[in-house]
Structures are given as structure tokens and as C-alpha cells.
Design a protein around this ligand. Sequence first.
Ligand code: PLP
Length: 368
Amino acid sequence: MPLPFLDLKAATAELRAELDAAHRRVADSGWFLLGRELEAFEAEYAASVGTTHCIGVANGLEALQLVLLARGIGAGDEVIVPANGYIATWLAVTHVGATPIPCEPDARTYNLDPARLAALLTPRTKAILPIHLYGQTADMTAINAFAAAHGLFVLEDAAQSHGARTHGRASGALGHAAGISFYPTKNLGALADAGAITTDDATLAARLRSLRNYGSRERYHHDEAGLNSRLDEFSAAFLRVKLPHLAAWNARRAALAQRYLTQLRGVGDLVLPFVPAWTEPVWHLFVVRTAHREALRAYLAERGIATQIHYPIPPHRSGAYRSLGYKVGAFPLAEQLAAEVLSLPISPHHTAEQIDSVGAAVRSFFDS
Ligand SMILES: *Cc1c(COP(=O)(O)O)cnc(C)c1O
């Protein structure tokens, strides 16, 4: 039996009746955008995060981009971003015309290293955009302290961290605003592209509601040049079905992660995820590191075990950012991670037996 990296059909099967009912409800309503489902989902999601506002948008990339736009961040401004991670975070910055300033990660958590922020600060720095990578919150205490000292805006990229907490607060409520993705593979995933922004800032929230809808607060009155970036009623209704299951699904992920951590300790040169005491990750991914990544990946593939790499090319080395002129070695830690990380299968719908068989296969690779 092949062991999939992720099985999205299992989540749908678990909630079949409710999802079918939601689909019918929206189809029969004849109202497909900016309606009751979105309004209800925004209230429910804001409550789950602990912010006063949630603004549904079309996807995670535009969630981040719209916040930068709403803050007036653009040409000539600099935004500090992780040197490692997903390219969407950088794209949000460059799509508004600002410059991404890469920050190397902490060597153990792979999240943005706050100790490096001071060296990156210039008179043009406007914001810090940390990712809660792989489902574990960045060191927001240190990042927020630095931002407060220098008057910077903090935008969380919370695309991978639905439900993750630090010091009792949820990701999405740890900065001035957060961009969230409900891409189907995320811990809370829609059945299409979808995203949201959370914030406690009422002025920002009002501006974002306008900007996501052509810059319009009143129909056919366009006060500013906005985007078309709306979370549709079907997606909102499906997300409302899934949201009440998020905590249990995250707990399931945590139990499976614990199995990996127990079974893979001290195996070969394998570096396991490091979880500081102050953070409660939601295990969007279970990422190990080894100098033998390609051989291990091939060995597991031969045994029907699917793995992935998040991410094989750091943004500064991708074709999209060739014009920035960064050479090999510009961000050695980010580049080393890109060469060594491997994501093992994990999801709420993997069984303990499946996880154990992955663990056994990894151990046998290093024994042989
Ligand atoms: C998925 C993801 C995004 C982008 O989300 P989309 O909904 O696909 O646009 C942004 N940042 C990170 C870290 C992500 O994992």
C-alpha cells in the first residue's frame, strides 16, 4: 500500500454530510460573494484567533499584499522577511513595490532570528514579516519588542500555523495584523483558494474591506484603486464546517509528531524539529534534516512512502528574484536548509501505524 504524503479526500469523507449541506445552502441561496456565509465565517474565525476583526480574501498571498497596501508600504520601503521559507512572503512585498530584506533563520527553529534584526535596520525599514514556519510560531516576543523600539509594523505570515499558540495567544493575534491562507493543504484548508486577514486595528480592517472589493465602500463609488480579492460564499461555508474540527485535527497531528520524535531520536545524522518551551506548534509539516536527504528520499520512495521538500530553493536563489543579484552563499543557513530538509508524511488522517512504518523505514535507512 503506498503511503501518501497527505490525503485530502479523507478530510472531505469525514465531513461529507455537512459539506454537502453547506454546498446546497449556498447554491440555493443564489448569493455567491460577500454574503452571509462570509460574514459568519469572519466572526467565527476572529473569535477562534482572539482578534476583533477578520477579513476574508481570495488567498494567502493577497492577504499579505493587501495589508502592506493598506499600510501604504511601497516603492522605496523595506520589509524584513525570512531568507528561508515560501516565496509567497517575498512576493507580497515585491507586488506592492517594496524591497524584501532577507533575515537568516534561527539555526534550531528555522524561524526568523530576532538577534539578526538590528543589523538589517535602515531608515527605509517599515515592517517585519515573520513566517510561523511549519506550524510553529516565530519568537514574537523578541520580534515585537524590536518592532516597538523602532516603530515598525509587524505582519505575521500565519499561513501554516492555524491554531498554533505562544504564551497562550494564538497565531494571527501576535502582531499588528496577520495574513492567513486556507489553501487546501493547510491545517485549515478550503476546497479552493481562500485566505483571510486578522487584526485588532479597526481602521486597518475598514480599509482592507474596501481594498479587497475594488476599493469600494459603497457600490460603484471607488475611493481608491483596490483589488478583486474576495473569499467566496462556497469557501466560507466549507470553512465554517471545518473550523470546529481544527483543534481536534491539530491534536491528532501533535500525537503523530510525538511518535516521530520518540522513534527518530538519535537516528543517524537526523536533526529533528526543535520546539522551545514557550510555543505550541500545530505541525503543519514534520521536517527533518540530514546530509543524506536525496538518498533517504529515494529509499522511502522505493518503499512507497511519499515525502516532500519545503523548500528546495530559497527565494533569493529562485528565478523570480534573479534581478536582486544575490549569489550562492548570500544566506548560507537558508541555503543549507534548502539542501537538507525533508518533510515526512503527517496529517490528521494518517494512522499511528502509518507513522510507525515511516519511522521504521527511516531507521532502517540509517542502519543499512
Ligand atoms: C501557503 C502559503 C502562503 C500563500 O498562500 P496562498 O493561499 O497559496 O496564496 C504564504 N505563505 C506561506 C508561508 C505559505 O505556506
